[in-house]
Design a protein around this ligand. Structure first.
Ligand code: KG4
Ligand code: ZN
Length: 330
């Protein structure tokens, strides 16, 4: 079995996965959303301190599996440097004390492998990754052959939901709350621009839309539920129209046989519905990770770790480093 640790942002999580059967034997995650909500976003140092409390608590529950462990895996990039550090330190300590090899896992590959928890992988596959930190389209041929074919030029899809929520005083994380408000709102009231509509590039941008929403919020009564709902509905409509316009363009050039949406923001129901329709039109098979594995978790890290273990892809304890940003998968 492999013990895997995830601490790239505001979720402390540990999993135990069976290397031969791919079974997820144990999985626990402690989220810090409540603690960060008062600040309207994740405060890195607070997140790091909360990992220091949560990770050892979860680890205690895993002790019975220690004799069966063959490796320790940990997310080392990308993510918040101070929070990644907590997971990596715990992984190093376990690797040393239990005399087990160490596996460094890329968090984005983790999101991709959230599709394959307790399942065989499907490759090649085209993936839309939408999270708090990323908005990308990736072409994956195998675990070690992945190419980013489109990414955001500024902010990410999930982060724009968080900012809109913050501007409306609705707390963190913004995705679920904005989605719920949008259900009650009039999506015709504000005419927000769909980003990069005239730009032929397949790329994303959310800073302009965020600014347009900010200006509109200045004209409404922020305490009025109807006004808030209308802003959320019009923002969500434009944010998703942008993803859809670029994804349609990609499909019209070459529609993939298999397509997936992963990452915390892939839980968005309106996005899922729109992509389901697009995939049906092109006879593309749409793959979704189950809702419980969309946001950050160690189960997905454990799933990648199984593949890396089989490939003997280990890292020396003094060579593992943390990286907050990654341009590509190499
Ligand atoms: O993957 P994740 O848990 O963390 C990162 O790796 O960033 O994604 C969290 C992000 C947050 O920005 C959150 O607001 C967004 O995913 N999110 C959503 C929804 N649920 C979560 N965004 C839009 N609609 C949702 N339903
Ligand atoms: Zn993530």
């Amino acid at each position: 079995m492999i013990l895997s640790i995830e601490s790239s942002c505001d979720d402390s999580s540990i999993s135990i996965t069976n290397i031969d059967t791919k079974e997820l034997v144990y999985h626990k995650k402690i989220s810090q959303e409540l603690q960060h909500s008062v600040y309207g976003g994740v405060v890195p140092e607070l997140a790091a301190r909360l990992h220091v409390e949560a990770l050892p608590k979860i680890l205690l529950e895993c002790k019975e599996y220690f004799p069966d462990l063959k490796a320790i895996a940990v997310t080392n990039a990308p993510g918040l440097a101070v929070t990644l550090m907590e997971g990596v330190m715990m992984a190093k300590a376990l690797s040393l004390s239990l005399d087990l090899p160490l596996i460094a896992v890329n968090h984005l590959k983790g999101h991709i492998y959230s599709l394959f928890i307790e399942k065989e992988e499907i490759m090649p596959i085209t993936i839309l990754l939408v999270s708090g930190g990323h908005t990308q389209i990736i072409e994956a041929k195998s675990l070690n052959d992945m190419n980013i074919i489109a990414s955001t030029m500024d902010d990410s899809f999930g982060e724009s939901f968080d900012k809109v929520s913050k501007m409306l005083g609705l707390g963190y994380p913004g995705g679920p709350v904005v989605q719920n408000y949008a259900l009650k709102g009039d999506n015709e009231r504000f005419d927000f621009p769909v980003p990069l509509r005239q730009n032929p590039k397949i790329a994303f941008s959310y800073s302009g839309l965020k600014n347009a929403v900010r200006l509109a919020i200045e004209t409404i009564d922020k305490d009025n539920e109807k006004d808030r709902a209308d802003i959320c509905a019009c923002f969500q409509k434009a944010a998703i129209a942008h993803i859809m316009q670029k994804t349609k363009k990609l499909f019209s050039i070459s529609a993939p046989k298999d397509f997936a949406i992963v990452g915390g923001a892939s839980a968005n129901i309106y996005l899922r519905e729109n992509l389901e329709k697009l995939c049906a039109k092109y006879k593309t098979k749409l793959h979704l990770s189950s809702l419980e594995y969309c946001s950050d978790n160690a189960a997905m890290i454990g799933r990648v770790a199984i593949e890396q273990y089989k490939n003997n892809d280990f890292i020396k304890i003094n060579e593992i480093d943390i990286q907050s940003r990654l341009k590509d998968f190499s």
